[in-house]
Ligand binder design. Structure first.
Ligand SMILES: *Cc1c(COP(=O)(O)O)cnc(C)c1O
Length: 366
């Protein structure tokens, strides 16, 4: 059997249909995985080859595999959405494919072409299509989260780019990121840690960035906060992003500002989509530097009416409070601002096929 060039080796013991139904009724996030995974191998001599969909299961890695020592790894995050007619779609996967290549270049990993990237999503979803949840209502927001990733697997402790690399896609059914509806999150302003520096890996989606953000995340939790906001590493003045989401500031005069892409910020697909939808809605999007003082002063004066974060996993999430050693500022009250709510609904309506796909953002997977 073969799907878009992928050899399919079906699992001999797939999850029982009743067990799967139980999981899909309450999947949480990132806790359960489907029966298969996609895999493509790369070697310096032969390039990309041996595309397959095979049973989900542990990897066999040599203890000297360079990813385990030098963190030569990148990943992506994509969702598959089931529409009312049963078909399964994904959102702007060519953007994820392009970003995956940009991340690969920065981490000295081989680039994977868009066709193989999207082909791997299609091949895996075709095999595990019964794992794509059917949302019972608009509020349910369930999907199949797809996690493509690439690791350096050569057995070698010298420091240089690996000559052997493996690319995988795993899939995990996901409920709405925030159970019980959207709730504003509190944000800890990190003064001890930065996420990214000029010339570093901030624009790449690599595991190392996340490893380096966890101490700050722990600090946030000690202060009773949900997430961390990072400032730029040079002046500790310019707002960059959260550990895994981009930031937007809504001004009462219709401007909507997000930090410009300076190389230290991850170029979110949701960020780009919000910029487009905001423009369509008659708002004035601005990509520019925004300082922590402009954030504080804008809230104090009422000029900034809402702050929200965005990313594939949680879509759009209002920022309730900004907290640091000496302050606690309410940014968005109640259940979030009207602009964020409206953009959130527009994004979800598009992704679930409830509104017209004017920008051609959807790709059918199954
Ligand atoms: C993945 C990610 C985002 C959000 O990107 P989307 O493409 O919108 O999911 C934002 N910031 C960081 C650091 C990320 O890793």
């Amino acid at each position: 059997m073969s799907t878009s060039g992928f050899d399919v080796k079906p699992s001999a013991n797939p999850t029982d249909a009743n067990v799967r139904k139980e999981i899909l009724a309450n999947p949480g996030f990132g806790r359960f995985f489907t029966d298969h995974m996609a895999h493509v191998r790369w070697t310096k001599d032969d390039g990309w080859h041996s595309s397959e969909v095979r049973p989900y299961g542990p990897l066999t890695l040599d203890p000297a595999a360079s990813v385990l020592h030098y963190a030569q790894e990148i990943f992506e995050g994509v969702k598959a959405y089931r529409h009312a007619d049963g078909s399964v779609w994904t959102f702007r996967p060519e953007k994820n494919a392009a970003r995956f290549r940009a991340s690969a270049r920065r981490l000295a990993l081989p680039e994977l072409d868009t066709e193989t990237f999207i082909g791997s999503l299609k091949a895996l979803v075709a095999q595990d299509v019964d794992w794509v949840p059917t949302p019972a209502s608009e509020a349910e927001e369930s999907s199949l989260y797809l996690r493509p990733f690439m690791i350096a697997s050569e057995k070698f402790l010298g420091v240089r780019p690996s000559k052997e690399v493996d690319y995988y896609v795993i899939a995990s059914p996901a409920a709405a990121y925030f159970k019980g509806g959207v709730k504003p999150v509190s944000i800890w302003l990190s003064s001890n840690y930065n996420r990214a520096a000029p010339g570093g890996t901030g624009f790449a989606k690599c595991g190392g960035n996340y490893a380096a953000s966890l101490a700050a995340q722990k600090e946030a939790e000690v202060h009773g906060c949900d997430q961390v906001a990072f400032l730029d590493a040079v002046e500790n003045k310019w707002v960059e992003e959260l550990g895994g989401m981009n930031l937007f500031f809504v001004f009462k005069d219709g401007r909507i500002v997000t930090p410009a892409l300076t190389g230290t910020i991850l170029e979110g697909v949701t960020r780009d989509s919000v910029l487009t939808l905001a423009k369509d809605a008659g708002l004035k999007p601005e990509e520019r530097q925004i300082s922590i003082d402009e954030w504080r002063d804008g809230i104090a004066s009422g000029e900034i009416s809402e702050v929200f974060a965005c990313g594939t996993a949680a879509v759009i999430t209002p920022i309730g409070e900004l907290v640091s050693e000496h302050e606690r500022i309410t940014c968005t009250s109640g259940s979030g601002g009207e602009v964020g709510k409206s953009l959130r609904k527009q994004l979800l309506d598009l992704q679930y096929g409830r509104s017209e796909d004017k920008h051609g953002w959807l790709t059918r997977l199954a």
